[in-house]
Design a binder for this molecule. Structure first.
Ligand code: ADE
Length: 229
């Protein structure tokens, strides 16, 4: 690894990451701000993309193609589906899917378009490092499937659909698009999330209440992973 990308979707998701760095250089590019910094001798670029698959695709692609990052770590919050995931708990994705990608009218499964796959894998090595870090520090983490879509889910029916269709453990709005970019460009990626809500009728309220603390949980854990790289 020569240059590390660390991204989130929202400002609250990268603020606790930036606190680990001094000497931060801000670069404005493509309607976004990229923060270049160093950790010991490692070059790091940090950015939040804005919410959703389109903005996160743009940011991940930019970090890799313009900034030359060759490993990408994502930190942020998610809605929990697996009942074992309580607010604040961590999940690391082993694979991800786009739950709102739908050409089922043509007989294809949900999440599939020709030339793509229903699931995109993340990097096994980075995921295993995250699981090791959790073990060493006695931190609870679940390895599982994350479903991504351009909607904030606050509805049991939609949540059940996503659970039943994709066997998903958590849902959010950027992971799968970032993983697709990384897979296509052969850049190993880690998608880490801490639960902010459980995608039910209280999700909006819980998200507002727990965004900052859960984003911090994810960021602090991610930095422990970075130490191991
Ligand atoms: N990120 C965190 N909670 C979420 C939810 N309920 N739906 C979509 N993305 C989320």
């Amino acid at each position: 690894m020569t240059k590390l990308a660390i991204m989130g979707a929202m400002e609250e998701e990268i603020t606790p990451l930036l606190e680990y760095f001094t000497d931060i250089k801000k670069i404005d590019y493509a309607n976004n701000t990229y923060y270049e910094c160093k950790l010991d001798n490692l070059d790091v670029v940090i950015a939040y993309s804005k919410i959703g698959k389109v903005f996160s695709t743009l940011t991940a692609s930019t970090m890799i193609q313009k900034f030359g990052c060759d490993t990408l770590l994502f930190s942020g919050v998610a809605g929990g589906i697996n009942p074992e995931l309580k607010i604040g708990d961590l999940i690391v994705a082993n694979k991800l899917s786009q739950h709102d990608l739908d050409i089922t009218a043509f007989g294809h499964p949900h999440g599939y378009v020709p030339g793509g796959e229903v699931y995109v894998n993340t990097d096994e090595n980075l995921k295993n490092i995250a699981l090791e870090v959790a073990k060493e520090n006695d931190i609870k983490i679940i390895e599982g499937i994350i479903a991504t879509g351009d909607q904030f889910v606050a509805d049991e029916k939609r949540k059940d659909f996503i659970q039943n269709t994709f066997n998903a453990d958590a849902l959010e709005m950027e992971g799968a698009s970032v993983a697709v970019v990384c897979d296509a460009l052969s850049v190993p990626c880690l998608i880490l999330r801490a639960i902010s809500d459980t995608a039910d009728m209280d999700a909006g309220f819980n998200f507002d209440e727990f965004l900052v603390t859960s984003a911090k949980n994810s960021a602090n854990f991610l930095m422990k992973v970075v130490e191991k790289l």
